[in-house]
Design a protein around this ligand. Structure first.
Ligand code: NAD
Length: 429
């Protein structure tokens, strides 16, 4: 019986077109070497796996998983695994490309990859998800590896998912090789080789980028109103740090719906509520439900999309009140919507900068595993802040020097680093 697999219908998100247009726009501005453009336009490797898993009721279901490796000129492939009905080969390609630009911009010794399984995890038990994850890892085989391609959590995957992947991967190695493989995934739980701070790193990075931007614009974040789409790892931690800074959460959207309160929604209480409410924000005390279509037009100063791709579109961009969009999600702003926003004077901190705290901290985890070190939380957070500030300054400086928006500036920095690597090394043979 493969009923569940068939029920899942992927909806194209159009992210591939978006990332290609972002890339081509920056490549045109810097007049990128045409041979290097050819290389960066394509993905190096694309793996599609179909695998059977035994369900709790004894029936077998077939799943489809993806891993796309875009480019590894700067180091091993790096990127998350997503469990969602919208995962398909184009989504994996787009997200893998964004990872290449992100790791390059952050100055990390990594390339870009992404993957996942096309499924709705809410339809499966924990033990089914464990078997699906382990069988997927087995199907990926030696196409991932600690010095080859290092997955991490993304939408609907978490530290537990990474622990299952690590355990499965290690179990397929000979006993003497096992302990050398701890860094095959990052974003692991602390007890399974994870790093202090990885849980909050992406959201903390989004918050820091907003703070750096506010300092640049001489804006005090105290009492500023913000809205968050997605109240998972990235959305929650971003809201947590912004609230600590004195800003006020006034609307939240998740997969179940939207809630609002112009006087403020307490982040920690909402987080506790969702844990007891099957992950949903709906029904939270002192909030009013609003329609999904009205979310982005809620009156606020800062808008943080932290869910899926292409959420800010030509349809809703004109009604956005925020003067800053901080992209926690990958590819949340459609390229046409971006033009509307830029014309209105809205600033956008682009995903490849804004949410790069996650992969930077993953790099710290990878380094610790590789070198047999364990760093304290303060050390991790300080290093993360330093790296993010460096990236932010570079983007602002390039954006001023070239008179371009922040996304174009970020792409230019990322592409130029890759271009240099190819120019210096040449093309084999
Ligand atoms: P998550 O699974 O922890 O949370 C996802 C959230 O989005 C949930 O609250 C879910 O209810 C909500 N959501 C799902 N579908 C939605 C919809 N159609 N409308 C509104 N909300 C919806 O995922 P996450 O790890 O927080 O990732 C969120 C985004 O951030 C993704 O785009 C991911 O690629 C990006 N990102 C994550 C990390 C990381 O370290 N986890 C790093 C960089 C970028």
């Amino acid at each position: 019986m493969i009923a569940k697999a068939k029920e899942v219908k992927a909806t194209k998100q159009g992210m591939l077109d978006n990332v290609m247009r972002q890339f081509n726009n920056a490549a045109d501005i810097i007049d990128l070497n045409s041979n290097i453009r050819k290389i960066l336009e394509i993905t190096n490797n694309e793996l599609v796996v179909h695998f059977p898993v035994k369900m709790d009721n004894g029936e077998v279901e077939i799943f489809t998983g993806y891993r796309v490796q875009h480019n590894n000129a700067l180091g091993p492939y790096k990127g998350g695994l997503r469990y969602h009905p919208t995962v398909d080969i184009d989504a994996a390609r787009a997200l893998a490309m964004w990872m290449t630009w992100k790791t390059s911009l952050a100055g990390l010794p990594y390339g870009g990859a992404k993957g996942g399984i096309q499924l709705d995890p809410s339809k499966y038990s924990i033990s089914e998800l464990e078997r699906i994850t382990r069988r997927f890892t087995y199907a990926l085989g030696d196409n991932i590896g600690p010095e080859l391609d290092i997955p991490a959590p993304d939408v609907n995957t978490n530290p537990q998912t990474m622990a299952w992947i690590l355990d499965t991967y290690m179990s397929t190695k000979s006993p003497s090789e096992r302990s050398k493989n701890m860094h095959v995934v990052t974003g692991k739980p602390l007890g399974a080789g994870g790093s202090e701070g990885r849980d909050r790193a992406t959201g903390y990075g989004v918050f820091l980028n907003i703070k750096f931007w506010a300092l640049e614009k001489k804006i005090d974040l105290k009492d500023k109103k913000f809205i968050v789409q997605g109240f998972g790892n990235v959305g929650y931690w971003t809201a947590h740090f912004l609230e600590k800074e004195g800003a006020k959460l006034v609307a939240v959207q998740d997969q179940f719906g939207c809630i609002t309160n112009e006087n403020g929604i307490e982040v920690e209480t909402l987080f506790e509520y969702t844990k007891a409410n099957k992950g949903s924000i709906l029904g939270f005390a002192n909030t009013t439900p609003i329609k999904n279509k009205d979310f982005f037009s809620v009156d606020c100063d800062i808008c943080i999309p932290a869910a899926l791709g292409n959420q800010i579109t030509e349809e809703n961009a004109p009604s956005i009140k925020a003067y800053l969009i901080a992209e926690g999600a990958n590819g949340p702003t459609d390229i046409n919507a971006e033009q509307i926003l830029l014309k209105k004077g809205t600033d956008i901190i682009p995903d490849i900068l804004c949410n790069s705290g996650g992969v930077i901290c993953s790099y710290f985890e990878w380094l610790q595993n590789r070198n047999g070190e364990i760093w304290h939380l303060n050390e991790v957070m300080e290093k993360l802040e330093k790296k993010l500030e460096e990236s932010f300054r570079k983007v602002i400086e390039t954006s001023k020097r070239r008179a371009v928006d922040m996304r174009t500036a970020a792409f230019i920095i990322a592409i130029e680093r890759l271009e240099l690597a190819y120019v210096q090394r040449g093309i084999f043979p």
